[in-house]
Design a protein around this ligand. Sequence first.
Ligand SMILES: NC(=O)c1ccc[n+]([C@@H]2O[C@H](COP(=O)([O-])OP(=O)(O)OC[C@H]3O[C@@H](n4cnc5c(N)ncnc54)[C@H](O)[C@@H]3O)[C@@H](O)[C@H]2O)c1
Length: 312
Amino acid sequence: MKILVTGAAGFIGSHVARRLAGLGHEVVAVDDFSNGRAENVDPRAEFIEFDLADPAVADVLPKDVEIICHLAGQASGENSFYDPIGDLDANAASTLNLIRFGIHVNARRLIFSSSLSCYGDIGGKTAVESMTCRPRSCYAVSKLAAEAYLRVFSDRLPFVIFRLANVYGPGQNLENIRQGMISIYLVQALQTGRVQVKGALDRYRDFVEVGNVAEAFSAAVDTDRANGHTMNLALGEPTTVLQILEALKTEIPDMTWFVKGSTPGDVRGMKADAGRLKDILGFECTTRIEDGIGPFVDWARKQLSDTGTVDP
Ligand SMILES: NC(=O)c1ccc[n+]([C@@H]2O[C@H](COP(=O)([O-])OP(=O)(O)OC[C@H]3O[C@@H](n4cnc5c(N)ncnc54)[C@H](O)[C@@H]3O)[C@@H](O)[C@H]2O)c1
């Protein structure tokens, strides 16, 4: 099948493109390099450098694309406050342009990477898809707007919406100190041996390993069973800060940690119900932090020795 993967030079998109190319699909990769890297693009893919916020999408992308995996976007909630218009363009306008392209070429479906942040502050409750979304960042607003556009045009272009939990794993940007609790701790542990935890150790999040995310996209490529559905793409279990640190310590035995300071706006806990993903797509994320951390640490060690240190 010919599959368009947007954001294919980024963290998650590169895993999705690699998995689909490995399964023998013909992958067309798109990215504007606003945050991606050329070395992330799978060499088996046809690559097109393009800003999807530009409405001329149909002039540059191939017309025989069957499925669109849409992972391009501005991925940071914090950055969305610094540049809300840029965020709107990268997340909502880009999706609208892609929808129009998908309709134009009669694509079979568009599979979208939305976010659990659409739910907003749900006060420690488990995020369930039937909840009303009350976004609390510009990022979450633009993701929810993109979802809404998909629903508006669903009679002409079927969609699958995945609301992703916190994704971690090889390929994650180690230089971004504003995003990725696990990657931030990992860089500190490898470089200084001392991890500063800003906030309580019993805070928890739903963490999903990037390989599981790529598998879920691939599952949604293979079937139309999930068409028209919005599903949390999450482990469905809480992972505490302490569990992360203990998992890291099994790989980096000399590391220590200390609790100091806090992160403004941080919530105590966030986890999602992953039941709909299993019921509709028949897919479950199975990689727990104890299993996912080893390959991530190995990759980060190599990355840091190749590129030198980054500011933790
Ligand atoms: N990483 C997470 O934990 C997480 C959680 C929830 C949702 N998501 C979503 O998943 C997607 C992928 O996230 P990621 O962590 O891989 O981020 P990333 O920044 O590594 O990858 C996104 C890619 O999209 C590209 N891009 C951005 N705007 C573009 C545009 N207008 N046109 C073409 N390319 C553009 C960037 O250059 C980058 O390579 C994003 O849409 C993000 O919002 C990520």
